[in-house]
Design a protein around this ligand. Structure first.
Ligand code: PLP
Length: 402
């Protein structure tokens, strides 16, 4: 630790840097070296749509700027956006809310952090099912809570027996469970029965549910997205539904995310927004109004494209001897098990990913970052020709490992 770092809080020193952002920096460096020789890195690292924000949404932001809608707004968002969210939740998720139930913040990540700050006292437990999105555990730690990792079953979803065991071992001390369907990094989608089991278990034990639904629109085959809060009023009362414009509308840089929850919880949480970030970017809020109220054809176009890519990657990966991969039903990730290749020089998912980057020039995220070292995560939010090239390289890399 440097001399200056020792002045910082234990809270911040305990925090890990985001492995996906760290990977991107490394990839940028290698890529610029390779570019000089006419080569490049195939980027399967970051979960960022390769599509541009649809034109109607961009126009709405330009119009807002021209109309000088550039000032502070209410800290949890303009009423037009809250109303658009209320309408969307009714239309898409069969959820009845009013504007007092809505909290708009600076992206899904920030509203999740605001929930942690609102619920977690030092030493409180938060159930984080593995494999998890990297920020969940770190956000719990930032609020001085303790993440309790829940094991997964062969479908890469919550192992209910383990969940129940953890709850009985920590009776009365668990505040929240984070449910992410469709899931990052697995692409797993919870069906009705699975959702009922998990949410009833939470209800019986006074555990609130964070239902992170940022990938809800990217769902494939016969799978269906179901919002946990739609399972009944008792479940709705204990659920905070989280969503964002980022993935659905290819708006990652605009930073609009939101929560729908009990109005008293939202009222208390508003103080966090008042005292920390104030409102999310005003023109971005107007863009999000158009995103939610406008034509949804671009979303379906992206969904179809992601489905094609999923099918291609899934069949290529399962064609590689030594790799096993379950079929993701949503999001834009696959999570193959590569542990068959672990030996002396490649001991874990970090080594595998490093070697693949340095020798094969393909960037993937080690599964250990998501709580399981047997896997790697491949994001297919990247152009089709790059995907084909990336899969060729992975195949060659694996066959060289033998
Ligand atoms: N939730 C999950 C599961 C994610 O994968 C992400 C982003 O990668 C987010 C939330 C946050 O999205 P954003 O902050 O970009 O809206």
């Amino acid at each position: 630790m440097s001399d200056m770092a020792k002045f910082l809080s234990e809270r911040v020193l305990k925090l890990e840097e985001s492995p996906t952002f760290a990977l991107e920096q490394k990839v940028d460096k290698l890529d610029s070296v390779l570019k000089q020789a006419g080569d490049f890195v195939v980027r399967f690292g970051i979960g960022q749509p390769d599509f541009n924000t649809p034109d109607n949404i961009k126009s709405a932001a330009k119009k807002a700027i021209d109309e000088n809608k550039t000032k502070y707004t209410a800290s949890t968002g303009i009423k037009e956006l809250k109303q658009a969210i209320v309408d969307k939740l009714k239309r898409d998720n069969s959820l009845e809310y009013s504007v007092e139930n809505i909290f708009v913040g600076n992206g899904g990540k920030q509203v999740l952090d605001a929930i942690m700050r609102a619920f977690v006292n030092p030493g409180d437990f938060v159930l984080v099912p593995k494999p998890y999105w990297v920020s969940y555990t770190q956000q719990v730690i930032l609020s001085e809570g303790i993440p309790l990792e829940v094991d997964f079953n062969e479908s890469l979803k919550i192992e209910l027996n383990h969940l129940r065991r953890l709850i009985s071992q920590h009776t009365g001390r668990i505040k929240l469970l984070i449910l992410n369907s469709p899931g990052n990094p697995t692409g797993a989608v919870y069906n009705l029965e699975e959702l009922k089991e998990v949410s009833r278990t939470c209800l019986e034990n006074n555990i609130f549910i964070i239902s992170d639904e940022v990938y809800e629109k990217f769902i494939f085959g016969g799978a269906r997205h179901i919002s946990a809060a739609s399972l009944g009023n008792d479940i709705k009362n204990i659920t905070l539904t989280v969503n964002a414009a980022s993935k659905t509308y290819a708006m990652t840089g605009w930073r609009i995310g939101y929560i729908a929850a009990d109005r008293d919880i939202i009222a208390q949480m508003t103080k966090i927004q008042d005292q920390s970030t104030s409102n999310p970017c005003t023109p971005a809020q107007w863009a999000a109004v158009e995103a939610l109220n406008g034509d949804q054809e671009s979303v379906e176009t992206m969904r179809r494209e992601y489905e094609k890519r999923r099918n291609y990657i899934y069949s290529r990966l399962n064609g590689i001897e030594g790799i096993s991969c379950s079929l993701p039903e949503g999001a834009f990730y696959v999570f193959p098990d590569v542990s068959n290749f672990y030996r002396k020089n490649i001991k874990n998912s970090f080594d595998f990913s490093n070697e693949l980057l340095e020798k094969g020039h393909v960037a993937v995220v080690p599964g250990a970052a998501f709580g399981d070292d047997r896997f790697i995560r491949i994001s297919y939010a990247t152009a089709v020709d790059k995907i084909e090239e990336g899969m060729n390289r992975i195949e060659k890399f694996c066959s060289n490992l033998g």
